[in-house]
Design a binder for this molecule. Structure first.
Ligand SMILES: [Zn+2]
Length: 256
């Protein structure tokens, strides 16, 4: 895909995720990005609004430069701001990339399969992420479609300071997930914060976000009906490995 096509798809995906009828994000909430090539990505400029952003509201950032600071254990807020500025491909750019740029960049850097990332604060998903059931809500699976679109398990991230500390936490938790599960996660659920949908395509990111929010609504209903009955590990593995379910993943535009 050429760079302009990537940008066009990113703008469309952002409008979809920011559409007020979906209640995934309001005002300046959330952020989106797309990989351009091995070392560059587009990311939402800080302070812009998903619902209304145009092509010029995305900034080009160097993936390697945006992730260097993760290993500087003495870095403070001023260093983060300087690193974000230094990661901009256009040195004359005056705007700042999203505060979560480091997290987007590290996911692209370590996992070449990811092409698009969408971060939102969906209402029902956050009802669960702000509850005492956050961790089990993030990890459990409720029905076959849940697994087909979101994978057999999500990454759960306890609340930590947004920005640098969160990016480090995500780096460690995603690496552990990949090592233990042998596949890449499709969704990360952040306690007291929101959802990250990770996909090869823009369509996958939109599907994952829709499914996460639908399953959260069902789960809220299940908690109010006496408690959820999550699917068993064996039933989850069966759906995850069935050839016809793999075919459904492909036809949903989840795979490249
Ligand atoms: Zn957020």
């Amino acid at each position: 895909m050429d760079k302009h096509e990537v940008l066009k798809q990113l703008v469309d995906m952002s409008h979809y995720l920011g559409d007020p009828s979906r209640t995934f994000a309001i005002l300046g909430e959330g952020n989106t990005s797309a990989r351009i090539d091995a070392d560059t990505m587009f990311v939402k400029a800080s302070g812009t609004c998903l619902a209304t952003m145009g092509e010029t509201d995305f900034l080009e950032v160097s993936i390697s430069r945006a992730t260097e600071i993760l290993d500087d254990m003495n870095a403070g807020d001023a260093d983060v701001a300087a690193a974000l500025r230094a990661s901009l491909c256009d040195p004359s750019e005056k705007r700042m990339p999203s505060v979560e740029t480091m997290m987007h960049a590290l996911l692209y850097r370590h996992y070449p399969e990811y092409g698009f990332i969408g971060h939102t604060h969906p209402v029902s998903t956050n009802a669960l992420m702000c509850s005492i059931h956050a961790q089990e809500a993030a990890m459990g699976r409720l029905c076959p479609d849940h697994i087909v679109v979101m994978g057999h398990k999500s990454v759960f991230v306890p609340y930590v300071d947004p920005g640098l500390v969160l990016a480090r936490e995500v780096r460690e938790r995603v690496a552990r997930y990949v090592e233990e599960e042998g596949v890449l996660p499709k969704a990360m659920l952040l306690e007291n914060h929101g959802l990250f949908s990770l996909g090869a395509t823009a369509k996958a990111v939109m599907n994952i976000t829709e499914m996460a929010e639908k399953m959260s609504k069902i789960l809220l209903g299940a908690y109010s009906a006496g408690g959820p009955r999550f699917m068993s590990g064996a039933d989850i593995r069966r759906i995850d490995t069935r050839p016809d379910e793999k075919y459904r993943q492909n036809t949903l535009g989840q795979e490249k």
